[in-house]
Design a binder for this molecule. Structure first.
Ligand code: GLN
Length: 508
């Protein structure tokens, strides 16, 4: 019974819960049992919600009493530890916040609770969301359920691995430079970065405020769309939150899944973020998907985006600049850790000892980089130039979207890499973000869906889709069509190919 429950998508769970064929308690228990079974290997979770079962029972009681509940009531959910929660500690993957309890819930978490979703726990991540592998987490890395020797992506590797390992049907993540999409790519799951401002950032511990965006991840397109509908919409606590009335993303996904073909859709292939230098299996997966799109009637357009070449450089100036300012609040006074040097000292001594002990090497590296880029003598040369490049990249997108309705690329240059492969040289890790960063710099929606398994290593390959700002529903529509066509061709959904027992060296 339990193994059947964890196989269900969030949409399927919701249908069974509404029909009273399944209780929220049983749905929650099945996922908690699965966590007990596999998480000592996968290590997706930093904290488990002690109140999950009692929350589920209350939902069951309200349903039994005839109360009209939301569409997803009783469906379990995993929450990235960058989002503050009142009933579980929030660390953002850092020692400086170890054991810290927030006095309030992030807006997205509050909205999930209001929709009667059941938070199962908090998921692991690179410290303060800086990284692409979870190796920068102060609590040790998460492992990829497809092969425990490989990284699960980052920074949201915990959320993606939890979903890929059937520990949760869907999860919340955050994406500043790819942290929802790249983990989705390497774990064979779906991840969506909404339009900047579409989803509230209130209570999402800020990395780089002009780039951060909260979004969903799941095993299917529809499940991400369902979660997207719960969390999107204006929030007066976030001054960058858009006031748009959003169309239903779930309706768009359902419509896309029914579409017979992709006739009339102009699909742009961005020259600069594919091809040479990308792993063979990633290129093959992309080429096969292109053939599928052509067969479905889409028109393929080649897109030249000349400034994408400078996206990684611009991002790794803008991000540290904003991060150095955002992280100044971890000063030993207001939150978490406080380290007093032996023999005491001034406020500055305590602050310095605390930050020395509480921050890991990647966080320190970026704070130093950011404060340098912002210093009076270098501001124009570094930060100022990076902002100009950002504008040029936005213009590349504007031009591209006059020729194409959506843009596509591989989501990342390689499949899941091995632990330690990119930690020696930080630049190696940064370059991995070449494909995902442009969308953050432009604030546009982008997502990753699983399309193939690489022949050389048996690991998942994702397709990135990007659309103009505010056209999030377009991405759900098109990706649901592609997902359905791939499912028909393979005779099963992509997630059915994931190993049921996570193993070292893969489960082949
Ligand atoms: N890998 C990117 C970085 O290290 C992405 C981070 C993110 O999206 N949070 O900055």
């Amino acid at each position: 019974m339990a193994s059947e429950i964890i196989d269900l998508t969030a949409a399927e769970l919701a249908t069974k819960l509404a029909a009273k064929e399944l209780s929220a308690e049983d749905a929650t228990k099945a996922h908690l049992d699965r966590i007990s079974e596999v998480d000592s290997d996968v290590r997706a979770f930093l904290a488990i919600n002690e109140h999950a079962l009692s929350t589920a029972r209350e939902i069951d009681a309200r349903r039994a009493s005839g109360e009209k509940l939301g569409e997803l009531a009783g469906v379990p959910l995993a929450v990235k530890d960058v989002l503050v929660t009142t009933d579980m500690p929030t660390t953002s993957g850092s020692k400086i916040l170890e054991g810290w309890m927030s006095p309030y819930d992030a807006t997205v978490v509050a909205r999930c609770r209001q929709a009667d979703l059941v938070p199962l726990g908090k998921t692991n991540m690179d410290e303060f969301a800086m990284g692409s592998s979870t190796e920068h987490s102060a609590y040790g890395p998460t492992r990829n359920p497809w092969n425990l020797d490989r990284i699960p992506g980052g920074s949201g590797g915990g959320s993606a691995a939890a979903v890929a390992a059937f520990e949760a049907p869907f999860a919340l993540g955050s994406d500043t430079g790819g942290s929802i999409r790249q983990p989705a790519h390497v774990t064979g799951t779906v991840g969506f970065k909404p339009t900047y401002g579409a989803v509230s950032r209130y209570g999402a511990i800020a990395l780089a405020s002009s780039l951060d965006q909260v979004g969903p991840c799941s095993r299917t397109v529809l499940d991400s769309a369902l979660l997207h509908d719960v969390i999107a919409g204006h929030d007066h606590h976030d001054s960058t939150s858009l006031t748009d009335q959003w169309p239903s993303m779930a309706a768009a996904a359902r419509e896309g899944a029914r579409a017979e073909n992709l006739k009339g859709l102009r699909v742009g292939v961005v020259k600069q973020i594919q091809g040479d230098g990308f792993q063979q299996g990633v290129r093959d997966g992309f080429a096969k998907t292109l053939e599928l799109l052509v067969a479905a009637g889409a028109e393929i357009v080649e897109i030249d985006a000349p400034h994408f070449e400078y996206a990684v450089a611009a991002y790794y100036l803008i991000l540290p600049a904003e991060a150095s300012s955002n992280l100044a609040k971890f000063d030993s006074v207001r939150f978490g850790l406080r380290v007093t040097p032996a023999g005491g000292g001034t406020v500055e001594d305590v602050m310095s000892a605390t930050r020395e002990a509480g921050f890991g090497p990647e966080v320190k590296r970026r704070i130093i980089l950011g404060t340098y880029a912002l210093s009076a003598g270098y501001y124009d040369a570094y930060y100022g130039s990076a902002q100009k490049v950002r504008t040029l990249i936005q213009r590349d997108f504007d031009a591209a979207f006059t020729q194409a309705d959506i843009l596509i690329s591989p989501t990342a240059p390689t499949t899941a890499f091995a632990f330690g492969e990119k930690t020696k040289d930080p630049l190696e890790m940064y370059l991995n973000d070449v494909t995902t960063i442009p969308a953050n710099l432009a604030g546009i929606p982008a997502m990753s869906i699983p399309v193939d398994v690489a022949a050389e290593d048996g690991l998942p390959v994702g397709l990135q889709l990007m659309a103009p700002a505010r056209a999030d529903d377009r991405l759900y529509r098109v990706s649901a069509t592609i997902e359905r066509m791939l499912e028909e061709a393979a005779g099963m959904p992509f997630y059915a190919r994931a190993p049921k027992t996570p193993a070292k060296g893969g489960a082949k």
